[in-house]
Design a binder for this molecule. Sequence first.
Ligand code: PEP
Ligand code: MG
Length: 330
Amino acid sequence: LAAAGPTSVAGPVTTTDGRRIAIVANIADAKDATRAAGVGAEGVGLLRTELTFLSAATEPTEADQRAGYAATMEPLRGLPITARTLDAGADKPVPFLDVAPEVNPALGVRGQRLFDEVAGDAAERSSTIGSGSADRAGVLDRQLAALVGGAADAGVPLKVMAPMISTADEARRFVARARAAGAEQVGVMIEVPAAVLNAPELLAEVDFVSVGTNDLTQYVFAADRQSGALAAFNDPWQPAVLRLLDQLCRAAEVTGTPVGVCGEAAADPALAVVLVGLGVTSLSAAASALPAVAARVGSVDLATARRAAAAAVGSPDVASARAAVRDLLG
Ligand code: PEP
Ligand code: MG
């Protein structure tokens, strides 16, 4: 039998030489929040807000949303929570949004694109995304207001972020709307390669970013994350993904923007060390993964983490990247 690992996050977590790393949880409901509190998570790095929407035939009222968010956040009273606004479309259809079927939904009107003036011809857009779009912008505004209210009711400091952002313009428009709804800390997810290539301008618009490595990997490789046949591409150890993260972190140093990771990559203790070495300061994963990630990150110094990052980024493939980091970390 393997020796039992750590069972909780002995926070606050730092590298052995004092770099503070937030160890936070991915949650979707109050049960997850209770689990996160149970393992000593320092907060939430990704609250997926889709749940209530995916099963709703009509838009939940703002009051109902607010009560739902407060109930979800309540087990984590006092701890910071980063909530992602509705990531509908593609694999997450929301009936009341009336989105027309698309040939390539993962490349379609999903995430923040549903609520934004997507660049391009307005007429084509309305025929592409169907009727019922008149108040679509209002769906986002009501959700933002409900998140702000729910967090206040639950006594948690709130950050909000949008999914599927590609450009600085999209980020700017989202930030304006989130601030108008009363959100103080506003960021975006980095899960489209263009967002990394646009990082110098995009980062200037936001308070923080959080990398969704699941989607970022799928879009870097043009490999559907739901395809078992393409699973070898959908591996966050892929040097191509790590090189993009490196590029993002270098841009974030210039703007002083905090970078978190909330995709599966953050659940792997050795890869978490690589992320810290790249400059990531917040790691968010399922509660069950956090104690081992915290222990690993807390056992290295920053110089070692940086060596691990350089080795992984410089590796030709997944196997070499893993082996190089394993050799360095022991
Ligand atoms: C991601 O894409 O990595 C992510 C965290 O979001 P989701 O898995 O919900 O798309
Ligand atoms: Mg995603």
